[in-house]
Design a protein around this ligand. Structure first.
Ligand SMILES: [Zn+2]
Ligand SMILES: [Zn+2]
Length: 356
């Protein structure tokens, strides 16, 4: 047995895109990922895994520090796993307002790598909320109460930000056409080219949120966040705020991320084939060879409100102050107004009767 084969059998390689365990595929003589469908040659796999190992070793001390300095709270009602620093006490769940229970520490592998710190204070968030409410009539009375305002929480929402390295190959049949006339003769000259592009591409900063309890459209509505203000994560940022252990992992968001990276690479290579009268792409292979993930916390002021069996969510971008949400409507107030209008109509009718 050669030493190479021995290595392949004893080392468990991880997928450079989604971190799942890889399996050797004897037919293709390389490694396939069953989770995200990626394929790597032995060399590609080795190189990426060595790099991942070095990075993991470098991150280890920070992971230990994180594990020692966070508090993990569990909501027994909705299952949310909330974290904060040692000096902050969590009392209620930011999503369902039920009491949370301290359950020890979150392990170091969940340490975020980056954070965009809050810039909008609680006072500013409350005033944005009140202005937003002021523009809306028929809100239930207790929606604006002081006790409801206590449910406005500063939450660092977990996000996956992906940088993808892609190896692409595109083959196309291209034509240059020239037409001219000479006397009674018309000429058409068609030159055919086989155009091949081999490229290495990098796509950076593809976002995907890792929290299933926050509605995706609500998060999209308060975008964008300015990534130029990102900072290396430190526990101190969590002081006075809650964060949340992600419940959607890399391998679950990777198909979405890959789609965007592959489409973007395909577009880039297509747009590089200029100077022809026609371009017909015959083959386009875009392979994501490695994905670097940044687990980033983004600042959101979040409030949920239960009203007549329905949940209403309200959010403010904690960096820019942009707000979004659906206001609850007080049906009793609404129907009183309808009755007044109807009554008005009735009176007019009676009045009309008198005048006639
Ligand atoms: Zn994978
Ligand atoms: Zn909850």
């Amino acid at each position: 047995m050669s030493s190479d084969t021995q290595n392949m059998e004893s080392i468990q390689y991880k997928c450079p895109n989604c971190n799942a365990d890889l399996r050797f595929n004897p037919n293709k003589q390389g490694f396939s990922c069953e989770f995200c469908d990626s394929f790597f040659t032995v060399e590609e796999c080795k190189a990426a895994n060595e790099q991942m190992q070095t990075e993991a070793q470098e991150a280890a001390p920070a992971h230990d520090e994180f594990a020692e300095n966070n508090q993990l709270y569990i909501c027994q009602s909705c299952g949310a796993e909330l974290i904060t620093d040692l000096n902050t006490t969590a009392t209620e769940c930011v999503y369902c307002h039920n009491p949370v229970v301290l359950k020890g520490r979150l392990s170091g592998e969940y340490r975020p790598s980056k954070v965009i710190p809050f810039k909008v204070s609680r006072e500013q968030a409350v005033s944005i909320f009140k202005t937003w409410c002021g523009k809306r009539k028929f809100l239930p009375k207790d929606f604006l109460s002081e006790s409801q305002l206590l449910h406005l929480h500063g939450v660092y929402v977990p996000f996956w930000i992906a940088d993808c390295h892609i190896r692409g190959r595109m083959r196309a049949e291209c034509h240059k056409i020239r037409r001219w006339s000479s006397g009674d003769y018309h000429y058409t000259e068609v030159k055919e080219y086989e155009v091949i592009r081999n490229a290495e591409l990098d796509f950076e900063g593809i976002p995907a949120d890792g929290e299933s309890k926050v509605p995706d459209d609500l998060m999209e509505a308060i975008e964008p966040f300015d990534y130029r203000e990102e900072k290396p994560f430190e526990m101190a940022y969590l002081s006075g705020f809650m964060s949340d252990k992600y419940d959607v992992n890399k391998s679950q968001v990777f198909p979405r991320v890959r789609n965007r990276a592959v489409n973007g690479s395909d577009q880039t290579l297509r747009s590089s084939m200029t100077g022809y009268d026609s371009v017909r792409v015959l083959q386009s292979d875009m392979n994501v060879l490695q994905t670097k993930w940044q687990y980033m916390l983004l600042p959101v002021w979040f409030m949920s409100y239960q009203y007549q069996g329905k949940q209403y969510d309200f959010a403010i971008n904690g960096q820019t102050g942009k707000q979004a949400g659906t206001p609850p409507l007080d049906n009793a107030k609404l129907s009183r107004l309808c009755m007044l209008i109807a009554l008005g109509g009735l009176l007019l009718g009676i009045l009309g009767g008198f005048l006639a």
